[in-house]
Design a protein. Sequence first.
Length: 337
Amino acid sequence: MFTLKHIALEVSGMVVGDDSIMISAVDDIEEASSGAITFAFLPKYKKVLTSSDASAFVVTNKEDLQGSPGIVVENPYLAMIKILELFSKKKIIEHKISANAEISKSAKIGKNVSISSFSVIKNNVVIEDDVTIGSGVKINEGAIIGKNSCIKDNVIIYEDVHIGKHALIHSGTIIGSDGFGFTTIGNEHHKIPHIKAVIIGDFIEMGASCTIDRGSVKNTVIGDNCKLDNQVHIAHNVQVAQGCLLAAGVFIGGSSTVEEYCMVAGKTDIGPHITIGKRSMFAARSCVLKSLSGGEMYAGNPARPIKEKQERDAVYTKLKIIEKKLKQADAKKTKNN
């Protein structure tokens, strides 16, 4: 429980109203009860502020409070992060290696490492300081896990995978499996060996059930500060540069390159052997079939600059209207005859 003044200091905000109000919870504005603080900086939430039972509100303008107590902040999303962290119920990590974990004698285990039951650490694995490994994790030969990383339950990390510092890998993710590489001669499919690795940078987050394939002729690489949602698939030889955001269900085909700070919305497909220019943004369900220069927003199948797509859609709509009118005119003419 914190006073409104304490919370405001945490978020570098300005208190409006009684700064001694005690706050015991953070809730959605439509579900909040007395004692809770909530967020009302989006237009749809401003409309319901006066009917909410919350004790205080986070806004970007004093006028939005409409006489209610709250905190005015400059960046509401950063404030949200700090407030949620303040009220989070973080468990104290016990630096303990379970007796039920299987750890090779040749593995190098750093200081303050936690390894839960039924995890398997194979030969020549390096686990650096302050790493937490959940239950049922398997880390194969020669893999490296950087400092302060957290590997959740049932993650599989294949041989020679290198994961950087401060990584968070959620349950069910598989890193380093073979890519889908075959050449067909006659009616026979010949598998292409995948002899390279996966290299993952620092401050990475991967959601649940992602799959990251190892390279065939060069390493699959994911740069620093990339964030992957659940069920993202990165194929062999792919290069994802730093700072990219990939939402749920994004698939990137083999040997493609995604340059710095791209944002890819859910269920977007990026074809193989394609280069996506830096700071590209893709609307949900886009299908990328050719290289794009970047620096703007794309949408559609095939993905085009959003302005071009909207113009094409407008032309298509007009043609449909004209077609409908012509059919109606023909029907009327036929009836009159």
